[in-house]
Design a protein around this ligand. Structure first.
Ligand SMILES: *Cc1c(COP(=O)(O)O)cnc(C)c1O
Length: 234
């Protein structure tokens, strides 16, 4: 099943790339394995996927210990300060940085682990109350400048979650807001490369709007079953 889904997803990505005149190789596919077990991760890995996304510190910690360092882990969930310690241990990328305090905490553990932590700032680009991320553009800038003060933090881009809506325009608007913000920051002298945007329901729009990292869960692994927690599936 994962084999077929992955094939279909890759074809859709390629199609969207062609439509918008983009190169397939510019786009990193992150398989969001939250709530799925180790077997599914292994299956996707055997099919050539090297990047996996998790949104809970404990789940990431557990799963990453079961695999060697040939997997690149992406932390994409809401990050609490007291979990930074676990996340910096295994995550190659943290997509969900949204405060100054988080930046300094991440740096502290990056120093301890002797690593350069790649981070993205999560920006709120939709009206929905439930979506987390930085709201004000000026705050995004403040946090971006703050990142420069830390040797063990590498700010590589911006991340957003669009609204869950049928309204294509609203989704487009979210993604183009993020792209423009990245351009503004780069105009001020930053060197941000990545736009982490696009999930199962909206990744084709995200590609058209310039996404470089897609976070795809159900498109690869199938529907998530929330009646069981991840530990029961291992
Ligand atoms: C769960 C999740 C995804 C993947 O969602 P799908 O709709 O299954 O593709 C992407 N990004 C974040 C932040 C998530 O929490």
């Amino acid at each position: 099943m994962i084999t077929e889904r992955l094939k279909i997803v890759k074809e859709k990505i390629l199609k969207a790339c062609i439509k918008s005149g983009r190169d397939y190789s510019e786009i990193k596919l992150i398989a969001v394995s939250k709530n799925f077990g180790l077997d599914d991760i292994q299956t996707a890995f055997n099919l050539g996927i090297k990047d996996f996304g998790e949104n809970k510190a404990q789940e990431l910690d557990y799963k990453s210990e079961k695999f060697g360092n040939e997997i690149f882990w992406h932390f994409i969930g809401n990050l609490q300060r007291n979990k930074v310690r676990f996340v910096t241990k295994s995550a190659e990328y943290i997509h969900s940085v949204d405060s100054l305090l988080l930046v300094s905490e991440i740096n502290k553990y990056a120093v301890k682990n002797n690593k350069i932590q790649k981070v993205l700032l999560q920006v709120k680009t939709s009206e929905e109350d439930t979506k987390s991320g930085i709201v004000d553009e000026s705050e995004v800038k403040d946090i971006a400048y703050y990142c420069k003060e830390f040797k063990n933090i590498e700010l590589i881009g911006l991340m957003t979650i669009a609204s869950f809506t049928e309204d294509r325009k609203a989704i487009q608007n979210s993604f183009s807001t993020l792209r423009k913000l990245k351009n503004k920051l780069n105009f001020e002298g930053f060197d941000l490369k990545e736009l982490s945007m696009g999930m199962t329901s909206d990744f084709e729009i995200a590609i058209e709007e310039g996404a470089t990292m897609l976070r795809l869960g159900s498109a690869i692994f199938g529907e998530r079953d929330y009646s069981k927690n991840w530990k029961e599936k291992l």
